[in-house]
Design a protein around this ligand. Sequence first.
Ligand SMILES: Cc1ncc(COP(=O)(O)O)c(C=O)c1O
Length: 413
Amino acid sequence: MHQSLICSQTEQSYDINRLQNLSETGKPLLAIYDLDAIRDRFTPECVRNRPIRSMWKFWEVLPVESPDEAVSLGEGCTPLIPCRARGSFAAFSNLFVKDEAFNPTGSFKARGMSAAITRAVALGAKVIALPSAGNAAGAATYYAAQAGIECYLFMPEDTPPANIIESVVGGAHVYLVNGLISDCGKLVKQGCERFGWFDLSTLKEPFRIEGKKTMGYELAFDLADVNGTNDLKLPDVIFYPTGGGTGLIGMWKAFNEMERLGWIGKERPRMVVVQAEGCSPVVKAFNEGVDHAEMFPNAHTVASGLRVPAAVGDFLMLNVLRESNGTAVSVSDEELLSGARELATEQGVYACPEGGAVWKACQQLADEGWLSPAERIVLFNTGAGLKYNHLLPVGELPILDHTNADCLDLLDQ
Ligand SMILES: Cc1ncc(COP(=O)(O)O)c(C=O)c1O
């Protein structure tokens, strides 16, 4: 395998052929590829011509020797939807939604789980465990089921019911915890030590980020298609709803790999971290100009994926923001829910609250003049609105009596 693992802080190398979690210094391990060895055969053209309809079309930069090894349910290849310049979107002429709701189990977590479970199984893992805000649990359940391994999940007790139900139905061992995702993470760590499970917490093993980075590869191809050319292209600005930050760090890694492969030049998008006001550790750390984020006290937000009070990859996210000339903003729960409603009614995208948050953040930064609405902007809708139906009361709907010939009179009122 043309790959190795290094510590993201010290760059010390680690054995890629063993199940690994964090480095000795407690930092994430990252997969490094011998890109020079594959440059001649791994080209945009060859990727375009492949019959593979999933993120595994990029298999040379994923943890396999061949795409047949993948534990896959068809993840990735999500649509990049151009927004119509109407309603609250009227000023934006070059705005797109990368709609990750199209993934198996309805969120971008599918990408990370497909890659991580593929590698964990190849290295002999029989039981995995993870803490989850909800969507990662659903994804882990179904990839574990496909791989034929057991899955232990620990989620806050107020996790969206849809995520709990899908996990139970898919055969995972589901435990609800009277605390936050960080408390769930501590139980997972204890369980792994005691029962020998493999810890699949985000960024605490090296391959969920590899799956998530494919969002960055795909974007470059999507925008080339928008331009009607073969030249890969990145947007000017990317908005990412941030909890653990795996997708943000992953996409940045993808851009660097693409440059080293000779696929793109030095230009990069400005990356924007979006968090909820009730849980915004990265926004706070970015504004204070520090290298690490402190545990955010009393974390609360209805956008469950953003309720991550402390992240092991905090320093990596802050690096990405600074290197990219990006920024970090927070929005209130009221705003993010109204953002999701605007995406639904004005663009036909049934977005998750996290997707609503990025749209509101985009409007905020346009109002402040940080970006021009004519720039090419990509919003990540990271999951399906359907999973959050419990947050969206639609009120009492009238029931029409179809046996009454006058029942449509109601519509006159
Ligand atoms: C829908 C959704 N959006 C965003 C996030 C945050 O993702 P990340 O951990 O990559 O920052 C999550 C995580 O649970 C999520 O479920």
